[in-house]
Design a protein around this ligand. Sequence first.
Ligand code: MC0
Length: 147
Amino acid sequence: MLTRIDHIGIACFDLDRTVEFYRATYGFEVFHSEVNEEQGVREAMLRINGTDDGGASYLQLLEPTREDSAVGKWLAKNGEGVHHIAFGTADVDGDAAAIRDQGVRVLYDEPRTGSMGSRITFLHPKDCHGVLTELVTSAPPTASHGD
Ligand code: MC0
């Protein structure tokens, strides 16, 4: 069951400048940052609020680490902006299977590693009314975050 908006992914050309915009304009601070080489992104997670399932919702700022990555290709075509939305679930495997059974293309056979040790998969935007959609099961909480 999808229980929250886990994050909204925002593609940007310059992560540090974009982080500074969100800090100066809205007061949002970086909760966590990392490089995900498999996905080809450098990312910063800005925690917006906790949620009643014990999780949280974030803005995820994404700078490509290479031009041929999903975000790099998307930026070259569209410029900066909202790249995807992500729904949180306790069971990414089960929810992805149920959604696949409805005829929506799930992009990975098995969930891959996402931000903060989460397990993630994506639904094809052409099957989701133009929205690249991610499903996320968060890793159990740990004592520290950071890069
Ligand atoms: C592409 N399209 C999109 C889109 N990306 N539509 C809406 N939102 C997007 N983000 C559209 C294109 O405009 C095009 O439509 C069609 O899909 C095919 O796009 P393409 O440019 O030819 O690119 P493909 O087909 O090579 O790849 C698209 C695909 C890919 C969605 C399969 O981007 C992908 O695998 N995405 C999942 C991985 C990902 O996005 N990783 C980055 C975030 P037209 O009409 O022109 O044919 S990593 C992340 O977020 C992690 C770290 C985390 O959350 O923890």
